[in-house]
Write a protein that binds this ligand. Structure first.
Ligand code: DLL
Length: 427
């Protein structure tokens, strides 16, 4: 089902014309309303932007711009027009505040209704929403999207796994929304209680907010008996609902491009890259009122494609996020993303998806070890350990030590974003 068929299946030339039109209005809008843009875009006239290619002439906006103007310095509307404020803490702990007008909240609901439809959701279904409610955008974003779509939303929020299992068993939801790591926690908890996947009512899972892999998808689909899709978003741009995979192809997340204009740029030079090339994802918000952003540098690494999709949507698709530029580890000179480690490990069926990467320093060199849980029979299995190390070496190109540990020794997701890397270098 397509939630907004006209907007989601527009011929791409028409979409580009709409984007250009909205971009020109946006430039006018931010220049008159946001001091930072008034200064930075002093020499840019909306008429100078004659095609979408001219976007490259505009400067990037970065997280530091939001921090420097914290909390509300980049808001484009007076405080009386703001009806909601969310905040995200990021890795460094400093907050970024984001605001919404009533029209922004409406957009937030619509793009999440679109996403739920992409993921298989329909009016009349029940949505078990286990994303955190609060300053995090996940809970309320999917909540409003589900209601807008006409679903019965169960606002469970994250954590309290026992209660989640009970609610899923009793309310028999069709769709679950949560982080992929928490979906795995729930799947494992069901298994430990001998509940077979066929007995679980769930049919679809809308998973995101953290990087995950195809191998992880197979585990979750099998464990919960669902067809899971990847939903992406970030607070600065709106929250969840920036893009979502369609259940038909599950080959890249359709970006709600009529509202969020994506680009992929070279991480070092900032030059735009072509379709299929991997680089940093950058967004310009075309329709947001309270916090409009020009060329926002997400730091996320992915690529874009705009070939036709079986679902009929013409919206371009973004590949899975490989990692964030700042999550990249450099192990003896080799660039490594945690998702690469996950993909390599999960090729071995004896290993579970419960793992963490521990970074330490010996002398001047950074070293990495992965601690991965195995069932009791494989504890101390030297052959398995060597095979896992060889697999990592082959697929990543540097040596990473493997430690096989007992079930329950690696921290599980409690509902929020799971921290997969333990950095011991500073200790
Ligand atoms: O994580 C919004 C969200 C909520 C998305 C629920 C999906 C579902 P932030 O807390 O601001 O917002 O974090 C944004 O999380 O820049 C990515 O690095 C990462 N991220 C979000 N979705 C995905 C995903 C929400 N599907 C940051 N795959 C982004 C990989 C993701 N990384």
């Amino acid at each position: 089902m397509i939630y907004e068929p006209e907007a989601e299946t527009r011929p791409r030339e028409q979409l580009r014309a709409l984007q250009l039109d909205r971009l020109q209005s946006l430039i006018e809008y931010v220049k008159t309303r946001v001091p930072l843009y008034r200064d930075r875009l002093a020499n840019v006239d909306p008429a100078d932007i004659a095609s979408l290619d001219d976007l490259r002439r505009l400067p990037f906006t970065r997280k530091d711009d939001l921090r420097d103007t914290y909390p509300f310095g980049m808001f484009a509307v007076p405080r009386e027009e703001v009806v909601r404020i969310h905040a995200s803490s990021g890795t460094t702990g400093k907050l970024t505040a984001v605001g919404y007008t009533a029209a922004d909240i409406d957009l937030f609901a619509r793009v999440n209704a679109r996403s739920l439809a992409m993921a298989g959701g329909e009016r009349g279904m029940t949505l078990h929403n286990a994303y955190g409610y609060g300053l995090f955008t996940g809970g309320l974003g999917l909540h409003y999207g589900g209601e807008r779509m006409g679903m019965a939303v169960v606002p469970v929020s994250g954590g309290l796994t026992e209660r989640q299992l009970m609610l899923i068993t009793d309310f028999r939801p069709d769709v679950i929304a949560c982080t992929p790591s928490y979906a795995l926690t729930l799947a494992q908890a069901f298994r430990e209680r001998d509940v077979a996947p066929e007995k679980i009512s769930l049919r679809y899972a809308v998973l995101g907010a953290e990087p995950w892999t195809e191998a992880m998808r197979r585990e979750i689909d099998a464990g919960l008996g669902v067809r899971s899709t990847n939903i992406f978003g970030l607070s600065e741009v709106i929250g969840p609902g920036v893009s979502c995979e369609c259940v038909e192809e599950r080959a890249g997340a359709h970006v709600n491009e009529d509202n969020f204009l994506p680009e992929i740029v070279d991480p070092n030079t900032g030059e735009p890259l072509s379709e299929g090339e991997e680089g940093v994802l950058v967004f310009t918000t075309l329709t947001k009122e309270a916090l409009p952003l020009i060329r926002y540098w997400t730091g996320d690494i992915t690529s874009l494609r705009s070939d036709p999709c079986a679902c009929g949507r013409t919206l371009a698709r973004m590949d899975r996020i490989k990692g964030r530029a700042d999550d990249m580890l450099i192990i003896r000179g080799v660039n490594v993303y945690p998702t690469q480690v996950e993909a390599a490990l999960l090729q071995l069926p004896e290993l579970t998806p419960n793992y963490r990467i521990v970074i330490s320093r010996s002398g001047t060199l950074d070293e990495a070890d992965v601690e991965v849980e195995v069932s009791e029979e494989f504890l101390g299995d030297e052959e398995l350990r060597a095979r896992a190390e060889a697999r990592l070496r082959e697929s990543i190109g540097c040596s990473i030590g493997v430690r096989l540990s007992a079930r329950g020794s690696v921290p599980r997701s409690e509902g929020g974003k799971l921290q997969r890397v333990l950095d011991r270098r500073e200790l």
